[in-house]
Design a protein around this ligand. Structure first.
Ligand code: SAH
Length: 248
């Protein structure tokens, strides 16, 4: 079980697989006023940076589930590096339908809401693991500027304009689901660059090391086109944020 190979190549050097920076995760952790020993569940935990740093900084305990063997391995290595292997565990697997045995104080899905079939479905899934008084975290893109055409949406990596909402509509959608938005931390363009632009050097080095690989043409084409695509579309049109929610 694995994710498409392109991510395993282009994001192999990423610690954070979304437009958040280490500072943003620290801000979010502080904003949540995490008590030591709080249990955190993270669906689509990537390379484990959120759980590992919060385990170090806030003494939380956590479980992360991710479909990528590489990212899961990196998460385990990061836990060792930060000395938190007794507090966090990382499981390689499909997080769709995953419900924790023991209820958690924070249930998160940060940049992987397809796991629950979209934002609403993911909130419903996470709610099954949440203890009373707990907080759900949803990391999700939104339209900073509504694209005038479907081709602009595609340029942003979306299938269609309807894939994402504007920020007011996204925040309003949590209200519609009867959740209080109790905090939020938003990414910015610098964060988008750390996520997107950081792939370019990784792809270039991979190409230099693997010129004869079956995948080399695809990576070559992407490295050629991605910088311009990013500054034309994603950087200008897409926002991204993590929203902290509590059921009413
Ligand atoms: N939350 C992490 C990773 C976000 S990127 C971070 O903030 O860095 C999305 C992640 O979802 C990737 O790590 C990918 O491997 C994982 N993923 C994709 N589909 C999944 C699934 N069905 N179950 C579990 N993880 C999945």
């Amino acid at each position: 079980m694995d994710i498409p190979r392109i991510f395993t190549i282009s994001e192999s050097e990423h610690r954070i697989h979304n437009p958040f920076t280490p500072e943003k995760f620290a801000t979010l952790g502080a904003a949540l006023r995490l008590e030591p020993g709080t249990r955190v569940l993270d669906l689509g935990s990537g390379s484990g940076e959120m759980l590992c740093t919060w385990a170090r900084d806030y003494r939380i305990t956590g479980t992360g589930i991710d479909m990528s063997p590489l990212f899961t391995e990196q998460a385990k290595r990061r836990a060792t590096e930060l000395g938190v292997t007794d507090q966090v565990e990382f499981i390689h697997g499909d997080a769709a339908g995953y419900v924790a045995d023991e209820k958690v104080g924070v249930a998160a899905c940060v940049g992987a809401t397809w796991i629950g079939g979209g934002v609403a479905g993911t909130i419903e899934l996470l709610a099954k693991s949440l203890r009373s008084g707990g907080i759900i975290l949803i990391g999700e893109p939104y339209w900073l500027r509504l694209p005038a055409t479907e081709s602009i949406a595609k340029g942003c990596g979306a299938q269609s304009i309807s894939d994402f909402l504007t920020l007011p509509d996204l925040v309003g959608s949590f209200d519609d689901l009867a959740y209080d938005v109790v905090d939020m931390v938003l990414a910015n363009q610098d964060g988008w660059d750390r996520y997107e632009a950081a792939k370019w050097l990784t792809m270039r080095r991979w190409l230099d090391a693997n010129p004869l690989d079956d995948f080399a043409n695809e990576v070559r084409d992407l490295l050629t086109s991605e910088p311009k695509r990013h500054v034309t579309y994603t950087r200008e049109y897409l926002g991204w944020g993590v929203f902290a929610l509590m059921p009413r």
